[in-house]
Write a protein that binds this ligand. Structure first.
Ligand SMILES: NC(=O)c1ccc[n+]([C@@H]2O[C@H](COP(=O)([O-])OP(=O)(O)OC[C@H]3O[C@@H](n4cnc5c(N)ncnc54)[C@H](OP(=O)(O)O)[C@@H]3O)[C@@H](O)[C@H]2O)c1
Length: 244
């Protein structure tokens, strides 16, 4: 796909990895619907950069992905603003600190599943219905922990494992009109409450390449997936070899 003048929807596009994805898409020539939850300032700043730095159109739209109506509303807003959609990036997710086998109650389980799995499913369905010219692309942002079996971040892991399997299932379901791929992130950005040195230490200890990644590396690989027309159902691990 030639990304020039394409319309992209990025969930969680106001901050961190999502913001880097929005800016990379704008740099590549896309107009972008920047979905966000609470990061009002981040979303506005990202939109300003889309317009002022890259000369593309941006629109911001807040919706809580825990609610079942949000996904359709996001796609509807993109169509209303830009007249069509070509690209969907499912990046928004929650990563709770306390998420163990013992301490996750039914409400917390449901919320994680709704935001990390149901929302990408409903967004992808709404997107697939809206795409009508045969060239749609979906990229899901998942986690390299899916390549390992462990029990920390218990329900989060389940959501990302399911998102990865859903990537393959949707690749079959939506072929030949829409490709569906994923990137699985390892040590990319420190958690919001930690600084870069935390991530660098972790990378020294656990990552064979002895360095952490960056949001820009994620964006480069997502752009690569979007530009390929013979790739579908693929997950690129972006983990420096951590889960080999
Ligand atoms: N950072 C890493 O190293 C890393 C590693 C592995 C996987 N990942 C994956 O990469 C993606 C981006 O990671 P990140 O670190 O940039 O994420 P992050 O800093 O935790 O930000 C989460 C994003 O999701 C949005 N979000 C969360 N709950 C929402 C809700 N209920 N409704 C609407 N939006 C909601 C947030 O929007 P607002 O801030 O606007 O509320 C924010 O943009 C995620 O899928 C994550 O699982 C990241």
């Amino acid at each position: 796909m030639d990304l020039q003048n394409k319309i992209a929807v990025v969930t969680g596009g106001g901050v961190r990895v999502g913001r880097a994805l929005v800016l990379a898409l704008a740099r590549a020539g896309c107009d972008v619907l920047i979905h966000y939850g609470r990061s009002d300032e981040g979303a506005k700043r990202t939109m300003e950069d889309v317009v002022k730095v890259y000369g593309r159109q941006g629109e911001i739209f807040s919706a809580d992905l825990a609610t079942p109506t949000a996904p359709q509303a996001i796609i509807d807003r993109a169509i209303k603003t830009f007249g069509k959609v070509d690209i969907l990036i499912n990046s928004a997710a929650v990563f709770p600190n306390e998420d163990t086998f013992e301490n996750t109650d039914a409400a917390a389980f449901d919320t994680l599943m709704h935001i990390n799995l149901r929302a990408p499913y409903l967004l992808s369905r709404a997107f697939a219905t809206a795409v009508d010219d045969g060239t749609g692309k979906i990229v899901n942002i998942t986690d390299a922990r899916i390549f390992d079996v462990a029990t920390d971040h218990f329900i989060y892991r389940l959501t990302k494992l399911s998102l990865n399997t859903m990537t393959q299932m949707m690749a079959l379901e939506l072929a030949p009109n829409i490709t569906v791929n994923a990137v699985a992130l390892g040590a990319i950005l420190p958690p919001p409450n930690k600084d870069r040195s935390y991530l660098d230490e972790l990378a020294q200890e656990k990552v064979p390449l002895k360095r952490a990644g960056s949001a820009e590396i994620v964006a480069e690989n997502v752009l690569h997936l979007l530009q390929q027309d013979f790739l579908t159902g693929v997950t690129i691990p972006l983990d420096g070899g951590q889960f080999l």
